[in-house]
Design a protein around this ligand. Structure first.
Ligand code: ATP
Ligand code: MG
Length: 114
């Protein structure tokens, strides 16, 4: 099994979810996250008076999908198709091996738990 973690701008979460729903996945999770890359963030209006400030962090969503190995590339393709426009700063996808999954209700293990 593989775990695919995608950090994307929060505004692109809905598009990524819509794309992932087209696949036959057991489920997926997201959480609100903040982070930073290497490129300095754009200055924005502070909302108070005329001041500008440079936010420390990007507001992101992290999507987590655990899937059987044969689906991993399809998940990655869906996330890329729905969130990449070819620019810098659009986020990252990380892929790692998952040793075990356990469905809490049925106590089923392995791919059957997904
Ligand atoms: N190495 C990393 N590990 C964990 N999270 C990262 C890593 N790099 C980037 N991120 C996350 O991805 C978000 C977007 O970063 P990204 O790397 O896309 O932007 P960038 O560094 O400004 O531009 P570039 O596309 O050139 O790398 C960051 O806000 C951060 O949350
Ligand atoms: Mg970067």
């Amino acid at each position: 099994m593989k775990k695919i973690e995608a950090v994307v701008p929060a505004a692109r979460l809905d598009r990524a979810f819509a794309a992932l729903k087209e696949l036959d996945l057991g489920g997926f999770t997201y959480y609100d996250s903040k982070g930073r890359g290497q490129i300095p963030r754009q200055e924005v209006h502070s909302g108070r008076g005329t001041g500008m400030y440079r936010p420390e962090f990007n507001v992101n969503s992290t999507i987590v999908v655990v899937t059987k190995d044969s689906m991993a590339d399809k998940v990655i393709d869906k996330i890329l198709q729905s969130t990449s426009t070819g620019l810098a700063g659009e986020g990252k996808i990380f892929v790692s091996d998952v040793d075990e999954a356990i469905d809490i209700g049925s106590r089923q293990r392995g791919e059957g738990a997904l």
